[in-house]
Design a binder for this molecule. Structure first.
Ligand SMILES: [Zn+2]
Length: 196
């Protein structure tokens, strides 16, 4: 087993996005020099992040959009990129403990963090006691792709104006005005696991 220097989804210093020019199209935003690969099958516009995994230094705290998207879509472990753990209770996630937020948490929550495998979950909670205190392991039986995390824009002159960064559902009218950076899943049928 190779040593994991940084989680798979962590951005590296060589992976900064190039500057871009945003324009307003009828009903949404687009790149001034847009090409086919800039949008997904839903027509959503994505950030142009280069992929140079492992070059330079890991930038902890920054998430690499294309790897996040791949891990989220394929349900890969966010740390090692192997298959995430799965049981009859569903796919395993490690989440910040926000049980106080609403009854039934984390059901109906939209998340950007891809799932995790059991060895990586055990390793991260063993190496980092603070993580164990502040986090919980959960399993989710249903976890549909639900939207994107990205930068929202509104019409403006001469170019569209950035407003806020956040979660936008696929069925929101704002999705055409969003530059997507990460894929969101919605967790449901969740079980909170007892931590050892
Ligand atoms: Zn893993």
């Amino acid at each position: 087993m190779s040593t994991v220097v940084a989680p798979y989804v962590t951005q590296w210093s060589s992976e900064e996005a190039a500057p871009f020019q945003m324009i307003a199209l009828p009903g949404g935003i687009g790149y001034a020099d847009e090409t086919l690969g800039d949008r997904d099958s839903r027509g959503i516009l994505w950030t142009r992040t280069p992929s140079r995994h492992g070059e330079g230094k890991p930038v902890f705290g920054l998430v690499h959009g294309p790897r996040q998207r791949r891990a989220m879509r394929r349900l890969l472990c966010q740390v090692c990129a192997g298959p995430a753990d799965r049981s009859t209770d569903g796919v395993l996630w490690i989440l910040q403990d926000q049980r106080e937020d609403w009854p039934g948490w984390p059901n109906r929550m939209g998340i950007t963090e891809p799932p995790i495998c059991l060895p990586c979950a055990e390793l991260s909670t063993r190496l980092c006691p603070a993580l164990r205190r502040g986090h919980v392991l959960i399993r989710a039986r249903t976890h549909p792709l639900a939207g994107v995390f990205g930068m929202q824009y509104e019409p403006g002159l001469p170019t569209p104006v950035r407003t806020e960064t956040g979660l936008v559902a696929f069925d929101s009218p704002r999705i055409r005005w969003t530059l997507a950076a990460q894929l969101i899943r919605e967790l449901n049928d969740c079980t909170i696991l007892e931590t050892p």
